[in-house]
Write a protein that binds this ligand. Structure first.
Ligand code: TMP
Length: 254
């Protein structure tokens, strides 16, 4: 059970609570999965534990190569301490290979290598089904200015290079992913940092050899056990939670 404290926001897969210090929040990872704008819903025991660990792993790795993120530290199996940010209401999507909506929109075969990484944006609005928007829309409606957009593209491409390498090293192709960007202020100076989460909920991950899907498409397309797929990703990366009470079998202590 989540401890009793002030809830700031509850989304489909995570809850944000007030943090211990000003400017911090606690991010709690739920086991809930949704797809197609929450028309399809299920609960996968242990998913939150896996995503908490995986997001910690990717955010820490990004921090180590100089990409700023909201991650501060892991608190427990399902919670991490993060910097409070002002979320830019965009889903920033980077695609290396055709899949999902771009395959449908342009009639491309899934798995086709794109000529170069492609960055696109959706406006975060569940009531509208997160419609795709252009840079022109983003600037015109004031969600971000042109300088912000230049910074967002630079961040997104650095995240893409980092994640592509990390996954390829363990036999996984990063087909595409989504990140969210937040604003933080140091005095008058505003910076953009990677926020939200990076996990198999927000990436497409295919086994390099077999093409097996190891991401939320397993749930979207009813391809098997989502927990097994995420566990395989964590196992390959060497970050399988060891004492995950949600998943561990009882062990005899002598
Ligand atoms: P798409 O092909 O459905 O547009 O998805 C592109 C990528 O963005 C894919 O890795 C899944 C991720 N994504 C999210 O994280 N949240 C969403 O709401 C959607 C639609 C996609």
């Amino acid at each position: 059970m989540a401890p009793r404290r002030k809830k700031i926001y509850e989304g489909k897969a995570k809850i944000l609570y007030e943090g211990p210090e000003p400017g911090t929040l606690i991010q709690y990872f739920k086991d809930d999965a949704t797809a197609f704008n929450a028309q399809k819903k299920a609960v996968f025991e242990g998913k939150g534990v896996l995503n908490n660990r995986l997001s910690e792993y990717f955010m820490t790795g990004l921090g180590n190569v100089g990409v700023p993120t909201h991650f501060i530290r892991t608190l427990n199996m399902r919670e991490q301490l993060i910097r409070q940010v002002e979320i830019i209401p965009l889903e920033v999507i980077v695609r290396n290979f055709a899949a999902g909506s771009i395959a449908k929109r342009l009639g491309l075969e899934e798995g086709l290598a794109l000529p170069r990484p492609v960055v696109e944006y959706s406006y975060k609005n569940d009531a509208l089904g997160d419609p795709m928007v252009s840079e022109e829309y983003i600037v015109a409606f004031g969600w971000a200015n042109q300088q912000d957009l230049d910074d967002i593209v630079a961040l997104a491409l650095r995240v893409n290079d980092f994640l592509s390498g990390v996954f390829y090293a363990v036999g996984i192709k990063l087909i595409d992913f989504k990140i969210e960007i937040g604003r933080v202020w140091d005095g008058d100076f505003m910076r953009l940092i990677v926020a939200d989460e990076i996990s198999p909920d927000s990436c497409r991950l295919w086994d390099v050899k077999t093409g097996q899907k190891l991401d939320k498409d397993v749930f979207r397309r009813d391809l098997g056990s989502l927990t097994d797929a995420y566990t395989e990703v964590a196992r390959r990366l060497g970050v399988l939670p060891t004492n995950a009470t949600a998943m561990a079998k009882p062990t005899l202590i002598n």
